[in-house]
Design a protein around this ligand. Sequence first.
Ligand SMILES: *[C@@H]1O[C@H](CO)[C@@H](O)[C@H](O)[C@H]1NC(C)=O
Length: 289
Amino acid sequence: MAIKDDFLFIFSCILAISLSSSILGRPATFLEDFGITWSDSHIKQIDGGRAIQLILDQNSGCGFASKRKYLFGHISMKIKLISGDSAGTVTAFYMNSDTNTIRDELDFEFLGNRTGQPYTVQTNIYTHGKGDREQRVNLWFDPAVDFHTYTIMWNHHHIVFYVDEVPIRVYKNNEAINILYPKLQPMGVYSTLWEADDWATRGGLEKIDWSKAPFLAYYKDFDIEGCAVPGPTSCASNPRNWWEGTAYQALNAKEARRYRWVRLNHMIYDYCTDKLRYPVPPRECLAGI
Ligand SMILES: *[C@@H]1O[C@H](CO)[C@@H](O)[C@H](O)[C@H]1NC(C)=O
């Protein structure tokens, strides 16, 4: 009887997997994985729900969040940022455990700029409630002309932020020397578009120009591959998840070259070298990048 039950169970699993993969595929539509969390009227689905438009105007910004949380995985989406004068706006794409004082968070924040001035990408990492790890990179292309892929890759070995194929930030798992690493709390995937002209552009000197509103950003190709929580508890620790594979345990030579190129040519701020804030550099900064 047990054998028959097992067989039936396995058979229905295979059926369910093949059905869901043929129906869902990847990338997913917006509503398969996400819901609107802030201002329905400011998020429009386009292209049959395969893409969305985010709107910021004087009435409101907007935001969306994944329906589920994930423990480790590879999360990416294509974003076309606000074109023209985007000074004072912030578009964010991040993961967050939503656990307040002990939260883990991985942030991409796109800080707008005046027409012709470079967009800045700020990244930050919170581990167990501790953030203050900002880095800033000025993009080497205009992110408002085309869609580009922004990825957060999070496995047991490191966290990598990618812009297209280029790693712009790496946070290694240095638990061996007692540096905190996010690994226990699942995180949701979020995005928001809002006004932050008190700090975003040139430290708040450049204000938002509402005569240019509405400000529009576009998202598509939502791709979350990770261990959903709640879900099978064995998933997150399974070394056979593709994002845990040897190819993803460290940057390869090409990625390492690109990462060095970004740090040398495009990085404009690194908390690790901010002597005013950190006379003694935080320990993870000394543990190698
Ligand atoms: C905006 O442009 C200025 C001038 O090129 C640059 O210094 C700054 O880093 C850019 N980004 C932001 C967010 O201010």
